[in-house]
Design a binder for this molecule. Sequence first.
Ligand code: P5A
Length: 446
Amino acid sequence: MRLSRYFLPVLKENPSEAQIVSHRLMLRAGMIKQASAGIYSWLPLGFKVLRKIENIVHEEQQRAGHIPMLMPTLQSADLWRESGRYDDYGEEMLRIKDRHGRDMLYGPTNEELITDIFRSHVGSYKDLPLTLYHIQWKFRDEIRPRFGVMRGREFFMKDGYNFDLTKEDALHAYNRHLVSYLRTYERMGLQAIPMRADGGPIGGDYTHEFLVLAETGESEVFYDSAVTDLTFGDRAIDYDSVDQCAAVLEEFTSKYARTDETHDEALFAEVPEARQRTARGIEVGQIFYFGTKYSEAMGAKVQGPDGKTVPVHMGSHGIGVSRLLGAIIEASHDDKGIIWPEGVTPFHAGIVNLKQGDEEADAACEALYASLKALGLDPLYDDRNERAGGKFATMDLLGLPWRITVGPRGLKNGVVELTSRRTGESEEMPPEAAVEKIAQIYAGIA
Ligand code: P5A
């Protein structure tokens, strides 16, 4: 993309409505615009990152054997009356009447709708195990929407639902989700720690939240600092292996890590004092096992191998896809702007032309731009007629991990400058070497 032809409404001033850095930077970098309280338009740059995050979530879900689909945002109240949640959900549910006076709602989650699909089409244990998921907009009429996409009213969520014959099978689905979530967050450059939590309006008392530690996080958390040493890395995992998935769960959840809802002072006191931590975290996902709560209420049953009909065991599993943009920025920025991890960056590299209009500099930039694109990479070329200082400031604000700076002086010696946004370190090299290096970096990113 050439910046002169893009739509990137960056703000020079700090927007006064933003209280936390991620919200401020998303507004300043022209990624989002508030449409109304807690509801945002995703401008091209924000939309690009949202899609990248969504793609990683899709890939990791499908790697785990979960099946994508798409359910609507508007749901009929009747299904929610069956589960009893139409009344329970309270003011957070946006209720709508259609022209025929029928009660509808903008879905805050989809347990009822998926259970209805399941009961209409599945009747035998032979069709299990089954995990269906979608990535779709949700609406929760939060009393205090704030921090931009972090606590929105309309937000993008991946929600998955497992259906299993037995509790044991459903717990394997739970573990499988835990593993796939660890991989998902790491691909985004995040450490998200699973912590014992509370079921809230979804239900079930076996549930973990995934938290990214950050001062601006809304949850208070208590943990053994040894959990921060754990990484999943690129180890191979067989998602069908009950033992392998259970071992990962054991490894990542046996140390003390809880949100304030389930915090237990006596248990926490057993953690060696030097490792006890109290901090704040951003909840970027949550997994639940709730057994037969919905399947019993809504009659989602299958015939087992013994011929008896039993309600299925279920769980649901969510990732806050739009919230993740805020969480990644909270975890990765400096006072100049965002620092995107390579896995989610909107553009792979920026090209800064120090002297737009200079024949040689223009030609070198065009050649770099073409070579990067030919390798399947997606560069952002700042081809505007602006001062170098302004171009650097924009690139720093946008946070692309790599910047190639091209100017007449370097070109005389046959070099351009390659700069890492994260370390600030620059290296001079011939343009082809810069292209080669960037290609190598991204070849290692799935
Ligand atoms: C699990 C999937 C559920 O709704 N039902 C389907 C279960 N879980 S949850 O924890 O309530 O939500 C899942 C994730 O969605 C994100 N999230 C939000 N993101 C932005 N703004 C909000 N208002 C908001 N509410 C929830 C969180 O990341 C949460 O973990």
